[in-house]
Write a protein of this length. Sequence first.
Length: 149
Amino acid sequence: MIILDTDHLSLLQVRDAPAAFALQGRLATFSHDEIMATVITVEEQMRGWLARLHAVTEVQQQVAYYERLLRLMAFFSAWIVLPFDQQAAERFPQLRRQRIRIGTMDLKIAAIALAHRLRSCRVIYVTSNRFLGSTSQTGAISPPKYRRL
């Protein structure tokens, strides 16, 4: 199971950027049902577009933002979106106690990854944050030992 963070999913939405081509090439070696998003990423992207939409007071100018919001919904409808469930909520404070220096949303995605690691034999959380390494059985994060995707 591969969980992409918000930055990587944003790249895939651009499609014609060189970094998007590189990411698509790396992901092509996995089956579609192995690559997933999280509800945290959906929330982050939805909040961003809603904020932009509400900042525009001219109704005619809002049309483009509503169209973009519909494209966002269509994009995520093609993905398996993992929930922030009770197991992830229980993992979150454990991660927070480790004093990992990342934002709350990335920590929530990491908690989802750890919760799903319990259900799957292997989970890879792809992020631009360099701190993340492998996880132990207890969910503690060890020093970085990975390559950026």
